[in-house]
Design a protein around this ligand. Structure first.
Ligand code: ZN
Length: 503
């Protein structure tokens, strides 16, 4: 791929595998296609602005474009990389392609120098090309000086600006450039490239490790390649996922699976042990909660969406998410996610983060299962026809309330809600029979709940009933008030959830 490959000297992966032609630039086809067409049609602009995050190919593409514009032996719009012009640019000794670091040459004098030089025609090629990296670092006066040149550039001059922060570039400059926004590179494209490089370098590496490295790079190919080098330096030529986690000091994914298992098993003892391990190994608690949030988010995705492509994990791990998710209902997962998010927020300001972290894990292991309204309605309807025991529709690891056998008698009524929300209410023991009968005759589906509401109120609102919402410890004892049930909640999200359902 590169001339550097022939050398025995160690060269970092990002440099060694830097693309030399447009076709090798990964994940930016929308830009390379436009540039190739411009070359083919000889419609090159006099100023380009390449913007986007770091390490995704902006400078690389600028250099390829520079070589292509000056190459006399173009191979279907790609530079040949063999002619004198290409080689001199590759070796950084070309008089026609000048690379300037905007961060260190940001004064008006630096721009004035450029303006002096552009008067001269190119030495060998067709164009004199200025590549200014980190152009947003130029001072205001430097931009103003540059503007004059951009307004009326000599025909042999081409500017290629690269920036990670295009919003800092003045609008007057932006409007004179052809803008190209480079994208963050997709995870699977990065893993494919790393896998290709590993193959060429005879490095044995599994998919899980590749995905872990790519995730760490967060869309940047250069970062991915640097992390790859770091991992290979630590593990040698046989890369193992456990070593990768160690090398990068990542929180092992097993931690999260252990936590979700402990939530399922309500194992508080294990939660203390996990918290202790996290602290002992020196992991960042905030990062751990963010990871846990993502863990449950991924599980939720596998449960409700067929598009597992939005999960940035290996296929084996996605399978595990799917399996793990079968232990929780959607409602459970939403509540867990909410709890973790609140804990994450609270941890930020906690003077004793460790205790707050432990509290969060213990809270998670202590929550009860939510029973969805549809399941309850099914139960009631079944109860009417058949006195067999209650079977939930969705498999849940949590103890499912066997409603009629419960110590406090529990019956299910519903807010006048249209569909699934976990609401159930206790009533006085002696009213059990009539209550069930009342519900059965009136509340068999969501529509009946609404139409039967007034009747329900007339029957029960006078009974001075005390209501407790099952599995909703965050809702404080609802009461009847003027024919309506009034809920009070300590949690804002619950309040929002119910008020949304009413509308
Ligand atoms: Zn060439």
């Amino acid at each position: 791929m590169s001339k550097d490959n022939q050398s025995n000297e160690y060269i970092v992966t990002a440099r060694k595998w830097r693309p030399l032609i447009f076709a090798d630039v990964i994940g930016q086809e929308h830009i390379t296609t436009t540039l190739k067409n411009a070359i083919r049609l000889k419609r090159t602009h006099h100023a380009y602005l390449f913007s986007g995050p770091r390490g995704i190919g902006k400078t690389t593409t600028a250099r390829i474009l520079a070589r292509a514009l000056n190459c006399p032996n173009l191979k279907d719009t790609e530079p040949c990389n063999e002619c004198e012009s290409c080689v001199s640019i590759l070796e950084g000794r070309s008089m026609d392609v000048i690379e300037i670091d905007g961060a260190s040459n940001n004064s008006v004098d630096d721009v004035k120098k450029i303006r002096e030089y552009i008067k001269f025609t190119p030495v060998t090629g067709n164009y004199k090309i200025y590549i200014i990296d980190e152009v947003h670092m130029l001072s205001t006066s430097a931009f103003n000086a540059l503007l004059k040149t951009l307004e009326e550039p000599p025909p042999h001059i081409i500017f290629i600006f690269a920036t990670t922060e295009s919003h800092k570039v003045p609008a007057t400059i932006l409007s004179r450039c052809q803008r190209h926004n480079f994208r963050r590179i997709e995870l699977d494209k990065i893993t494919q490239q790393l896998s290709y490089i590993a193959g060429k370098e005879s490095i044995i590496i599994d998919e899980e490790s590749l995905v872990t490295i790519a995730r760490k790079a967060d869309g940047s190919m250069r970062d991915a390649q640097s992390v790859f080098d770091q991992v290979v330096a630590y593990c040698g030529n046989d890369v193992d996922i456990n070593l990768v986690s160690d090398a990068l000091h990542l929180i092992d994914i097993e931690f999260y699976f252990r936590i979700s298992k402990s939530i399922k098993d309500k194992n508080i003892k294990e939660m203390f042990e996990i918290a202790n391990e996290v602290v002992t190994k020196g992991y960042d608690l905030q990062e751990c909660l963010s990871g846990l949030l993502e863990h449950f988010r991924n599980m939720l995705v596998t449960k409700i969406s067929e598009n597992t492509g939005i999960i940035e994990r290996s296929s084996a791990t996605i399978e595990r998410y799917l399996e793990e998710a079968s232990n929780f209902t959607k409602a459970d997962m939403l509540r867990i996610l909410n709890l973790i998010a609140s804990a994450e927020q609270a941890l930020r300001y906690s003077p004793q983060p460790r205790i707050r972290f432990e509290m969060a894990l213990i809270q998670l292991a202590s929550i009860d299962s939510t029973v969805e309204i549809s399941t309850l309605l099914d139960f009631i309807s079944k109860k009417k026809n058949d006195d067999s025991s209650y079977l939930p529709k969705e498999k849940s690891s949590f103890p499912v309330y066997d409603l009629p056998a419960q110590k406090e008698e529990k019956k299910t009524i519903n807010e006048p809600l249209k569909d699934k929300y976990p609401v159930s209410v206790t009533d006085d023991k002696e009213k059990k029979a009539s209550s069930y009968a009342g519900i059965n005759s009136k509340v068999l589906n969501a529509v009946d709940i609404e139409t039967g509401w007034a009747d329900f109120v007339s029957r029960h609102a006078t009974h001075d009933s005390e209501f407790i919402l099952l599995n909703q410890p965050d809702i404080i004892s609802p009461n009847f008030f003027n024919g309506e049930i009034v809920f009070r909640s300590t949690e804002k999200f619950i309040e929002e959830m119910y008020s949304k359902k009413k509308t």
